[in-house]
Design a protein around this ligand. Structure first.
Ligand code: C5P
Length: 286
């Protein structure tokens, strides 16, 4: 029986760059949520290894050994244990290189699927270190729950997940290089996030995010891809929006809404004005 794992989009509700390590990686302090839109990874035992990519965003990716899905399979075999030959299918719905963790979520979904296939506990210590070796965002995608995340991405403190709200994800179909955005930062010693207050309503959340938090990668990403400014301006003028911000190193931006149906109504308006942008309404929790 094939195993299907969802690779949900990772949204950085806040991202503070708090330092730089000797290895060039940055210390971050982030608030992360997962949207109910994403890629999916299907795994099944097979007579020989096979890997296929399809879905609306498949054209942006090649199915070579550099693909994070294949690197996850290879890492699993080397560091966790051998597997039978596998047929792996990636359905790519999220834009590539877009700040919502698509490749990291795909790698994490592959690891979760392999654990199910092999009957291994996904909390395994070796698995956490394999996840981090595949990318700084892979551990949080493996956990797959809303969290405050620090370090380079390896320290994960889940939040209550009790507050549900809507999101509108918007990408202008421009890929942004994450290393280039980090290189363009002017400051790398920003203050971290304040303690998360009690979040009873969407107003509590949007006020906290707007007044106390930022995405420190937004300014350098906008300098590299000015269209991000257009996306944020378009989002900001939509009815019902509570906050607009860029996720990760961009170019995907998100709008915060009270619920999914408000995000859907705003998304329909945005799509009519910008038919070439990728627009995805979603639900999430924090
Ligand atoms: O770990 P990953 O391959 O996803 O990171 C991509 C790039 O993003 C790294 O090569 C590095 O330039 C940058 N990065 C960073 N600090 C982090 C995460 C990523 O500098 N905490």
């Amino acid at each position: 029986m094939p195993i299907v794992e969802e690779a949900r989009a990772k949204i950085n509700l806040a991202l503070h760059v708090t330092g730089r390590r000797a290895d060039g990686y940055h210390d971050l302090d982030m608030l992360v949520a997962f949207a109910d839109v994403g890629d999916s990874v299907t795994l099944a035992t097979s007579d020989t290894d096979r890997f296929t990519i399809d879905g609306p965003m498949a054209a942006g990716l090649s199915a070579d050994a550099d693909n994070l899905v294949l690197r996850a399979v290879q890492g699993f075999r080397e560091r966790i244990g051998p597997t039978e030959p596998l047929s792996v299918r990636l359905i790519k719905r999220l834009p590539v290189a877009s700040g919502i963790g698509g490749g990291s979520a795909d790698a994490a979904a592959t690891l979760r699927g392999l654990c199910r296939l092999q009957g291994i506990d996904a909390n395994d210590h070796a698995l956490a270190s394999l996840a981090l070796s595949l990318g700084a965002d892979v551990p949080m995608c493996l956990a797959g729950q809303p969290a405050r995340v620090t370090g380079v991405g390896e320290r994960i403190e889940p939040t209550a997940g009790q507050l549900a709200f809507g999101l509108l994800l918007v990408n202008p179909r421009v890929g942004v290089s994450t290393p280039a955005v980090f290189r363009a930062l002017e400051r790398r010693d920003n203050p971290g996030l304040p303690a998360l207050p009690a979040l009873g309503t969407i107003d509590d959340l949007s006020t906290f995010l707007a007044e106390k938090t930022r995405n420190d990668l937004e300014a350098p990403a906008r300098a590299i891809a000015p269209v991000i400014g257009e996306v944020l301006a378009a989002l900001g003028s939509l009815p019902g929006i509570r906050l607009s911000r860029m996720s990760g190193s961009g170019a995907t931006c998100f709008g915060l809404f009270a619920d999914r149906s408000s995000a859907e109504a705003a998304g329909a308006r945005l799509e009519a004005d910008h038919p070439n942008w990728w627009v995805a309404p979603a639900s999430t929790t924090l």
